[in-house]
Design a binder for this molecule. Structure first.
Ligand code: HEM
Length: 413
């Protein structure tokens, strides 16, 4: 069998260059239909690249050793084969996406059908992908094909179809950038519906009304601090986006980990959070081509800024573990004081909804801070009356009414 394969391979190497190119071209087409199309290969970009380079090396060696070619001739022959193979795969992908793909019946820019690099190019030009999407909807309607395998849907009735049980939709490959292994990802990256549903339960406990009542006085303290900072700026313009960001992260540090970033107090960004924001541009632009972001993020040192944040979360998680262990007996009958303690409690009690592994809880720790902070601060800074300057008497009045109401009703209401 091995001998037969060896003989067949040696004979194939002796084929004319035209035949080698043709067979390679067809192999490229076949790879598209038999591997790239039926399987989700987005997370395996490095492996695919290494297999490709490994094959190039094997073929060069085989041409030299088995077919008796010189080095230059072997390199030329393998370049021809590699180019023919890549062209076959590329042409097949192009034709399929442009003319035969099931999403073809939805409108959208032609280049968006062909590649996600179209979206990346737009995102890199404007750095406001949401505006690109909005203008596409204006031009093409409620449903737009924004990528070879993606639709953007701007129709409220679609929400229940997509999200409500018994939905058959799951999260896109974008969510698999870290991994597809459910023991190594956060709740938000979990694409397996059953696992997601289970993991959500402990988060629901950590964000229940009962839990919120425990967090409320600390949130109130941060609201008071924010308002006093705003009041200090009376008569002078203030960068509300920045203060809303300080507020969002301070609150999440507190209710997430019982940890204060002190950003509002010091009126400056914590180093770990700076790391998150420094990475946002790259994540926003590269994230339009998920396999590329996943590939680049695996290069050592490429995510240096973001790793300041991951290091912070990891350290705080470890400290929290020690605190939870040392206080376990004393606080036996009390609810956890922060969200991460709810997750640790579930983990320690062997609750099935706990993060399913060490890496999963680390990922959840990061999710916790980011999900609750940038979202809240963006909403806050965009809220009418808060953006821009607070010099106007009407806005000052609105703030004091807001403050009075908060005091009166408190957040438990
Ligand atoms: C105005 C404020 C907020 C907005 C606009 C917002 C928006 C969203 C959206 C759109 C998602 C879905 C993301 C996705 O599937 O990719 C999400 C998920 C999530 N959010 Fe928020 N959020 C806000 C505040 C918060 C807060 C305060 C917390 C925590 C205390 C939080 C925790 C989470 C978590 C844990 C998830 C993941 C849920 C899952 O994967 O099932 N969010 N949020």
């Amino acid at each position: 069998m091995t001998r037969a394969f060896y003989d067949a391979f040696s004979t194939a190497l002796q084929a004319s260059w035209e035949l080698s190119a043709l067979v390679s071209l067809l192999a490229g087409v076949a790879s598209h239909h038999l591997i790239f199309r039926p399987f989700e290969i987005d997370g395996y970009a490095w492996q695919i690249l290494f297999i490709f380079l490994g094959s190039v090396f094997i073929f060069v060696t085989a041409y030299i050793q088995l077919a008796g070619y010189g080095v230059m001739l072997a390199l030329c022959r393998v370049s021809l084969i590699a180019t023919a193979y890549s062209s076959g795969a590329a042409i097949s992908i192009f034709m399929y996406r442009a003319f035969f793909h099931p999403l073809n019946r939805f409108p959208g820019p032609f280049l968006a059908k062909i590649s996600r690099f179209y979206a990346m190019n737009n995102a890199a030009k404007n750095i406001k992908a949401f505006e690109d999407i909005r203008s596409l909807h204006k031009k093409y309607g409620d449903i737009v094909r924004v990528g070879p395998r993606e639709l953007s849907i701007n129709r409220p009735s679609a929400i229940s179809v997509i999200y409500e049980p018994p939905t058959r939709t799951t999260r896109s490959p974008w969510y698999a950038q870290v991994s597809n292994d459910v023991t190594k990802i956060s709740l938000n990256s979990t694409r397996v519906l059953k696992v997601h549903k289970l993991r959500k339960k402990v988060w629901e406990r950590g964000l229940s009304f009962r839990a919120l009542a425990v967090y409320a006085p600390r949130i109130q303290a941060k609201v008071d601090l924010l308002l006093s900072k705003l009041a200090n700026h009376c008569g002078r313009p203030i960068d509300m986006t920045e203060y809303a960001m300080f507020f969002g992260f301070d609150v999440m540090g507190d209710i997430g980990f019982s940890k204060d970033f002190h950003m509002l107090e010091l009126e400056s960004e914590h180093l770990a959070i700076k790391g998150v924001h420094e990475s946002m541009l790259a994540i926003g632009v590269l994230g339009t081509v998920p396999w590329l972001l996943s590939m680049i993020s695996k290069v050592p040192g490429a995510a240096a800024s973001f790793s300041r944040f991951t290091t912070w979360c990891h350290r705080e998680l470890q400290k929290k573990r020690e605190i939870v262990a040392s206080e376990a007996a004393a606080l036996k009958d009390q609810d956890p004081r922060d969200i991460i303690s709810w997750l640790l409690k579930a983990l320690n009690e062997g609750d099935p909804s706990a993060p399913p592994g060490e890496i999963a809880i680390q990922e959840d720790a990061r999710l916790l801070i980011i999900a609750g902070s940038d979202t809240t601060s963006a909403a806050l800074s965009n809220a009418r009356g808060f953006s821009g300057s607070i010099t106007s008497p009407a806005i000052r009045k609105a703030i004091s009414v807001f403050k009075r109401r908060l005091k009166k009703n408190s957040l438990e209401a």
